[in-house]
Design a protein around this ligand. Structure first.
Ligand SMILES: [Zn+2]
Length: 282
C-alpha cells in the first residue's frame, strides 16, 4: 500500500502566526457516510439484507437499486464522489458480480476468446475486484476514522507531511495516475491535530477513485481544513499521467504538478516560499 516515507514533521524557522483566519473556503458538499462497508467478507446480517434486496427487486441490477437510493437523496455520484452511505453491508460483493458480468461483455465485444485463452478466463472477475476493492475503493467505503487530539503544546509552526505515494486513475480513460503529495499545515493553537499516518489514509481514500488531479487536491484540502481547522493548508501533487504515456501523445516524461494554497499560505508569500523551498530540498 502507500508508503509513508517521511514521518516527522519539519519545523520551519518561520515566525509563529497568531492571527486567526476569518475566511475558510467553503467545504464541498460531500455524501454523508454512516455504515461501514466490508469489502471482503459477507457476514450473516449482510446476507439477510441481500436476500431482502433480491426479493424486493427481483431482476433489477444492484447498481440500479443503489443509484435510485442516491437519486432519492438528490446526492451526486460522479466518478470521484464517495457513495458508501448508499451501499448496505454485503452489497459490494454483489456489485463485483455485476461489474464482472458486464466486463465479460466488454471482453467479448473486444473479440477476445475468454474460453480457450486461459489468461483471460477470469479477467472480467479480476478487473471487477480490482476496481471495487482496490483502485476505486475510495468511492465505496466510508472515510477512515481520524482521531483528533487537542493541540496541547499549542504548536503553531509549519508542518510538512510527505511525500505520500498516490495511486489514482484519470476519470477520462481510467488510466493510472501515479504520484506523490506533500501536505503543509500551519495549525492554530486551537486546531485539532490528527495523527501523521492519517494524512496518508485520507489521501488514499480520496485518490482511490477515478479522479482529475486538479479536483482531487482541492477535495483533500477541503477535508483537511474541515478536520483540522488550521490557519493554513497547502498541498502539492506531482504525478505521472498514464493517459499521456501509455496512450495519447506517448510522452513518457510528462508530469503534472499542481498545488492548492489555503488561508495563511495564500495570504503570506513568505510562508508559501518557506513551504515550497522545503519541498525543493527533498
Ligand atoms: Zn486520461
Amino acid at each position: 500500500m502507500h508508503s509513508f516515507e517521511t514521518k516527522l514533521p519539519i519545523k520551519s524557522s518561520m515566525p509563529t502566526k497568531k492571527a486567526p483566519l476569518k475566511t475558510i473556503a467553503p467545504i464541498k458538499a460531500g455524501v454523508k457516510v454512516r455504515t461501514p462497508v466490508r469489502a471482503k467478507t459477507l457476514d450473516r446480517p449482510a446476507l439477510a439484507k441481500n436476500q431482502t434486496v433480491k426479493k424486493e427487486s427481483a431482476g433489477t441490477p444492484l447498481s440500479v437499486i443503489i443509484r435510485r437510493r442516491i437519486e432519492a437523496q438528490k446526492a451526486r455520484f460522479h466518478a470521484n464522489d464517495n457513495i458508501a452511505a448508499f451501499i448496505q453491508p454485503g452489497e459490494l460483493e454483489l456489485l463485483i458480480d455485476e461489474v464482472s458480468e458486464k466486463m465479460q461483455g466488454v471482453l467479448e465485444s473486444l473479440v477476445i476468446d475468454t474460453q480457450s485463452d486461459h489468461n483471460t478466463k477470469n479477467t472480467s472477475q479480476r478487473v471487477a475486484k480490482m476496481y471495487i476493492q482496490e483502485v476505486f475503493n475510495g468511492r465505496y467505503v466510508v472515510q477512515p476514522t481520524l482521531t483528533k487530539f487537542p493541540n496541547i503544546s499549542k504548536l503553531n509552526e509549519l508542518m510538512i507531511i510527505g511525500p505520500i505515494t498516490v495511486r489514482s486513475a484519470c476519470s477520462h480513460h481510467l488510466c493510472p495516475i501515479m504520484g506523490r503529495i506533500w501536505i503543509g499545515v500551519l495549525p492554530s493553537k486551537d486546531s485539532a491535530l490528527i495523527g501523521l499516518s492519517k494524512y496518508s489514509r485520507l489521501t488514499e481514500w480520496v485518490m482511490c477513485r477515478p479522479q482529475i488531479q486538479e479536483e482531487a487536491v482541492v477535495e483533500l484540502a477541503d477535508m483537511l481544513e474541515k478536520k483540522i481547522k488550521p490557519i493554513g493548508v497547502a498541498i502539492v501533487m506531482d504525478a505521472d499521467h498514464f493517459c499521456m504515456q501509455w496512450r495519447g501523445v506517448k510522452d513518457r516524461d510528462s508530469k503534472m504538478v499542481n498545488s492548492v494554497m489555503r488561508g495563511a499560505f495564500l495570504k503570506d508569500p513568505n510562508l508559501r516560499r518557506e513551504f515550497l523551498s522545503l519541498l525543493e530540498k527533498r
